[in-house]
Design a protein around this ligand. Sequence first.
Ligand code: GLU
Length: 416
Amino acid sequence: MAETANPFEMARQQLAAVADKIDLDANVHEVLRHPKRELTVNFPVSMDDGSVKTFTGYRVHHNVTRGPAKGGIRYHPDTDLDEVRALAFWMTVKCAVVNIPYGGAKGGVVCDPTALSPAELEDLTRRYTTEIAILLGPDRDIPAPDVGTNGQIMAWLMDTYSMSVGHTVPAVVTGKPIAIGGSEGRIEATGRGVVTVAREALRAAGCQLPGATVAVQGFGNVGSTAAMLFCRAGAKVVAVSDVRGAIHNANGLDLVKLSAYNKAHKTVVGFSEAEPIAPDDLLTLSCDVLVPAALGNQITTKNADRIRAHFVIEGANGPTTPQADDILRDNGVVVVPDVLANAGGVTVSYFEWVQDLQRFFWSEAEVNSKLEQIMTRAFGQVQAAARRHGCDLRTGAYIVGIHRVAEAILARGIYP
Ligand code: GLU
């Protein structure tokens, strides 16, 4: 199949590959090829200079058979409907892989959040929330942060929704500040899950994290937390990058110093205890573990053959094209796929939602230990499926996830 840069096309190719492998019911396959509902909104925002600008946003529910629609909201200049469709599909699979009772959703607003003032960002968020409010609700659709959004944006979303219904509804969104019902451990959850599955993948291959060399692409919420936790686990983080550039230190970066530098300068570039390298070279560095934790479409047929890491742990969603996946598999690279590797985020989102609904909050230690249990169990189930079917871990994850979704669709039946 030809390589496509269209993420929804990629998602459908991944679905077709697993459908073949597990003899997926043709009707279930047909249902899963299409998002259940898609909302596109064009809405005005008053800018600080007095002008009014129109923004485009999306909210897509891929499938809600197993529970309410769950998934983040992305603010990025390049997002579009097909990307949001793919991300919603991956959320359906991801929630099923870790076996939490949600369907898959995703949202996006085409904008550059770094170019907006705080007031503009708040107005955009409140207006977008109002525009998609027909879909939202703690039993219907529960957003969370994704690329370009954060806890503050979730707080504005929660407040806007709560104002419109006339009472406070913490459970309508996750990834919000602890002061309004957020969960301990949610900010670190995705990175923590990445390190947990990396440890399991290395262990399954007879290796271990202490002493392993790691390169991390992206130093946002996922990449920076993962790098710090890899370092604490005794691994050597030899390279990291962000949108401005990449840095390398063969002896291992001091993550405590690097995090302080990044906090002060809003970039890792210029950190004195490292040399600059070309961002593309980070992906092809000789190291044990590569963590793409930035955007999609990073490992393609253009560079897959040059990847020298033994393990690729997908912190980002959709970083590897299906064709690049084939090349990595043929070269013996173990890929822990996004729908498993970055599922720690939505898992602790689930914990946050449960805590909000029960008005009963857990300690960070409780959250982390339950997260650890879910991630290691999911890794084990995915690995067992991959061994049973003689396939890679992505196909194994899809076998586990799609099987659960298919079982739910078949049990409920096609209405009417
Ligand atoms: N945006 C994150 C993801 O892609 C988290 C979604 C959530 O917590 O609902 O998994």
